[in-house]
Design a protein around this ligand. Structure first.
Ligand code: NI
Length: 221
């Protein structure tokens, strides 16, 4: 069984009962009051270097001796901080002991010199999960759905810094994922959105179902 736990913003874990994958561990203001010391993770994914995505990645990686997976620029930076890291880049795939990972483009600032923001498609626990990272909608999401049979798509809907709900609806259509989970909204007033309205819109106009997962709660995928 694969469990999705939504901490808040773009921070969540996937757990298959053996291994915990942690994504974009920004913890400031999370409703469970979790600090870096509360997080157990085997592998940490970082989509880009902005503070609300890198978050506490280095502290958690150090405390857990976790492997940090990211683009080369961030992986090299992590290595320079004496952390275990694995460098990939856009379009690359790699099979790890826990599953296979593809790095996808994301149209967004990298936050680090020479870098590129990314998303991840992770084959893990019997599911293929796409975490879009921070991005606009882009037409090659249709290509991603040809490269990988995506079961679950985690899409930002906050607008302003990323795609908003209307654009994320189109992303859901392009990705053709049976399940969509909205993320990266309501963290601050500037990205306030109504996920129930997003759910109604997507389910009325695409083949995807939407699960709105409350911050601090867990969903069996
Ligand atoms: Ni960002």
């Amino acid at each position: 069984m694969l469990q999705f736990h939504y901490i808040h913003h773009s921070c969540f874990t996937l757990n298959d009962g053996k291994t915990t994958l942690l994504f974009d561990p920004y913890l400031d203001g999370n409703p469970e009051g979790l600090g870096p010391e509360d997080i157990k993770a085997d592998v940490i994914f970082v989509s880009h270097y902005h503070g609300d995505h890198l978050g506490s990645a280095y502290a958690i990686a150090k405390a857990n001796d976790a492997l940090l997976v990211s683009t080369a620029e961030i992986a090299n930076d992590a290595a320079s901080h004496s952390l275990r890291s694995y460098a990939m880049h856009l379009g690359g795939t790699h099979r790890f002991p826990f599953g296979r990972v593809r790095i996808t483009p994301a149209f967004h600032g990298s936050g680090i010199a020479g870098g590129h923001a990314c998303g991840f498609i992770v084959e893990f626990g019997g599911k293929t999960v796409y975490f879009a990272g921070d991005t606009s909608v882009f037409g090659d999401m249709a290509l991603l759905s040809r490269l990988e049979k995506i079961d679950v798509a985690l899409l930002p809907i906050g607008d302003n810094f990323t795609m908003g709900p209307k654009d994320a609806r189109l992303a859901a259509e392009l990705l053709a994922a049976p399940l969509v989970i909205p993320i990266h909204y309501n963290t601050w007033p500037v990205i306030a959105q109504d996920p129930a309205a997003f759910k109604r819109d997507v389910e009325a106009t695409t083949h995807s179902k939407v699960e709105v997962v409350e911050e601090g709660s867990t969903l069996d995928l």
